[in-house]
Design a protein around this ligand. Structure first.
Ligand SMILES: [Zn+2]
Ligand SMILES: [Zn+2]
Length: 72
């Protein structure tokens, strides 16, 4: 049985899909609509979220203000 260490997480980078406007992980393909996402998305179309709770955070934030996970 695996127990995740409590209180640790990471900052997940999401990009705005230019086709459906959903924020999805920075893969080459949109999770929602299946279109390929090229690297042409601007900085304004990127957001950072807590991997534990999904709260939007700053890219240099050390811990989540919502759930307290630390980003190491
Ligand atoms: Zn999409
Ligand atoms: Zn959180």
């Amino acid at each position: 049985m695996m127990t995740e260490e409590e209180g640790t997480g990471y900052i997940e980078i999401l990009v705005e899909c230019p086709f459906c406007a959903a924020y999805v992980p920075d893969d080459f393909e949109c999770l929602k609509c299946g279109h390929e996402i090229f690297e042409s998305v601007g900085d304004d179309s990127v957001k950072y979220v807590c991997s534990s709770c999904g709260m939007e955070v700053e890219f240099d934030q050390l811990e989540c203000p919502n759930c307290g996970s630390s980003f190491e």
